[in-house]
Design a protein around this ligand. Sequence first.
Ligand code: SER
Length: 357
Amino acid sequence: MTPAASSARTHLGQRRTAAALVTGAGGEMGHALLRALAEQGGRAVVALDIRELDGPARNHCDASFAGDICDESLLSRLLGQYEIGEIYHLAALLSTRGEFVPEAAHQVNVVGTLNLLKLAADEARSRGTTVQFFFPSSIAVYGLPSLEAKRRAGVVKEEQFLEPVTMYGCSKLAGEQLGRYYERHYRLLAQDRMERPVDFRSIRFPGIISADTLPSGGTSDFGPEMVHAAAQKKPYACFVREDARIPFMTMPEAVGAALSLMSAPKESLTRIVYNISSFAPSAGEFADMVRREFKGAKISFEVDERRQAIVDSWPEGIEDSAARTDWGWKPGHSASSALKQYLVPRIRARYAVSSPK
Ligand code: SER
């Protein structure tokens, strides 16, 4: 338990510990966020994931629960022990996986988000103060109608082209809208309604590349897969064309952005959902950079037309001036510095340790 942890009593007189809740805590972003929250200190952190957390993730939180975000009895057990003032709701099925099981993706991504928003609103009422809610949205909310339209559009603004082609994109767009509703209009006609029970803050992330973990079930996975394969001296067949271009960023940039947005004064925020962007090489340009860093890397292109179509529907750039103005977002890397300063050294160290020669 962190020293700053405080407690409050339930109506039955039990003590509840004040904490931040992280869902999807065992996932890629979950691992990185748990570490960053532990480094920040100042609050107890409770993790929730469908699976038991691995050792490193468990070490970075005060308690962990394994189970489904749609399991109400699990959520009420958690609330029996913890008073939640801040939620990072990361649990989701990504875009490739979601196209095999769209209804399950809806259940996790939309119904799960609704459950967490309801939990936030109930907690706000019981504490008498707003609960902060972070929701990672995605470039998958965009749906450019054709490759030609994508090229013509170039860098797109938050409100353009919101006609996603994947269930993941539809569900992230729904999550954004639900968050806006819970913050501004929840129980609009109820006599005893609370003003702004939820302080909802969301970022539309581009593809994220981590040196420490690999994503699973996403369509931007070709970026991280290419670097991790090269570091392990494994050949990699990229599933999109060399000219496929979408924005990316590194995991530390993504987690840093989530924490900056959550700590920004509410009065400086003009939006519920912000675009942020860092670098956007084409798959071919990225492959060339990876080949320069990992001599002998074997990268080929074997296009999966259906996954390619998803990438073709995502913009090649997203406009992020509101994030820069409102809460000081600044990208930390170009594609080349992301590789040279962050990915290559960390990934080399990782595989040197995990697979000694
Ligand atoms: N990384 C996500 C995916 O590929 C997009 O945000 O599904």
